[in-house]
Design a protein around this ligand. Structure first.
Ligand code: PLP
Length: 372
């Protein structure tokens, strides 16, 4: 008699699970270290917005009750902030949920999804999970080759995933290029524009993809509270699109996918613009500090528009392990087709300095006094 696992579909058994950053507590257990700097998951080094914290504390005593399955309060706040209607908003348990919903609603066996080489790992995962075919388009200088992606759209393509900025490369597609691509993409292909890091864009690069929704009913913009809003552990994200797309996504959304604390915390975080501004300002300074350090260590890095930067060390797994020994957790990106690279998240100034010092030691190079 076959075991159930032997009968699971081949496309499920072939999945290589998502590899998260190493948790601090795990390294603590393994090495008995106490001082650990985790710069592995693009988390907000400022922690949780005080307004969000208070809003969640205020909800603790209601936890015997189910949350509002429609997320009315949070959706209303999102709709007001971004100038869309309530029926253009879908909530997710992290924006990861939004990506999964797009795959479940629009993909399946006999269809395909287009995404770039070095793109966020969830696109191939979500595609594979529903038995669809992934079309990975070679990147150019680590960034999306949008023209080639549009050209790669096949007769059975139903979804095109784009992260802007992209993780783990940090690369950015200017608004004009995105718009040009949207104009060329056939209307029957859903464009998932994953803007997990959009809050970090500077004045020169910022663009209003939400205004484009009126023109492109096949556009789905996804956003998250995990990065600049500082709520990665809470798991809240959202998608904005035409009402018709949102309606389909809501059909595959599990009941109560965003919990009571998530609804309250995210709504308060959205209102805490001072915290958001501080997060973005801190990231700008930290990015300068880290990239100056990488330059001083004579390392190649990819200019990044996010809250992280990828840099080339050659023996990435050796350097990764040596950094772990020194209590610094960064992210190996070999599974993204970048075996010689590591990715470091921008932390507090002291954390960035600890990382640069450890990296200098591991590579047996010297950091100039101004950066050490
Ligand atoms: C971090 C990240 C996300 C979102 O993560 P959630 O915590 O699930 O919201 C989505 N896309 C990219 C490119 C990311 O880096």
């Amino acid at each position: 008699m076959p075991f159930p696992c032997d009968l699971a579909a081949d496309h499920i058994r072939a999945i290589a699970p998502y590899q998260p950053g190493k948790p601090t507590a795990e390294l603590q257990r393994e090495l008995g270290l106490t001082a650990i700097v985790k710069l592995a998951s693009n988390e907000n080094p400022l922690g949780v917005s005080p307004l969000a914290l208070q809003a969640m504390q205020d909800q603790l005593e209601t936890l015997a009750l189910y949350p509002d399955g429609n997320g009315f309060g949070l959706k209303t706040a999102i709709a007001a902030r971004f100038g869309v209607r309530l029926d253009q908003v879908v909530l997710g348990n992290g924006s990861n949920d939004i990506l999964e919903f797009a795959a479940r609603a629009f993909l399946g066996p006999g269809t395909s999804a287009v995404y770039s080489q070095h793109a966020f790992a969830v696109y191939p995962l979500a595609t594979q999970t529903v038995g669809a075919r992934g079309i990975e388009v070679p990147a150019r200088h680590f960034g999306c080759d949008l023209q080639a992606m549009v050209d790669a759209i096949a007769a059975d393509t139903r979804v095109l995933f784009i992260a802007n900025p992209n993780n783990p490369t940090g690369t950015f597609i200017p608004a004009a290029d995105l718009m040009a691509a949207l104009e060329r993409i056939p209307e029957h292909v859903l464009v998932v524009l994953d803007e997990a890091y959009t809050e970090y864009l500077g004045a020169d690069d910022v663009y209003d993809s939400i205004a484009w929704l009126a023109r492109f009913p096949n556009l789905l913009v996804s956003r998250t509270f995990s990065k600049a809003y500082g709520l990665a552990g809470l798991r809240v994200g959202f998608g904005l699109a035409s009402a018709a797309v949102i309606d389909l996504l809501n059909r595959v959304r599990p009941p109560f996918n965003v919990n009571t604390l998530g609804l309250a915390g995210a709504e308060a975080a959205l209102a805490d613009t001072a915290f958001l501004e501080r997060s973005v300002a801190l990231n700008r300074l930290g990015m300068q500090q880290v990239t100056q350090g990488l330059a001083a260590l004579d390392l190649e890095w990819i200019p990044s528009w996010g809250n992280f930067v990828a840099f080339r060390v050659g023996d990435a797994s050796g350097v990764y392990r040596a950094l772990l020994q020194r209590g610094v957790i960064v992210r190996p990106v070999g599974n993204y087709g970048m075996p010689e690279w590591l990715r470091v998240s921008i932390g507090l100034a002291a954390e960035n300095r600890t990382f640069l010092q450890a990296l200098a030691t591991v590579l047996q190079r010297t950091l100039p006094a101004s950066l050490a």
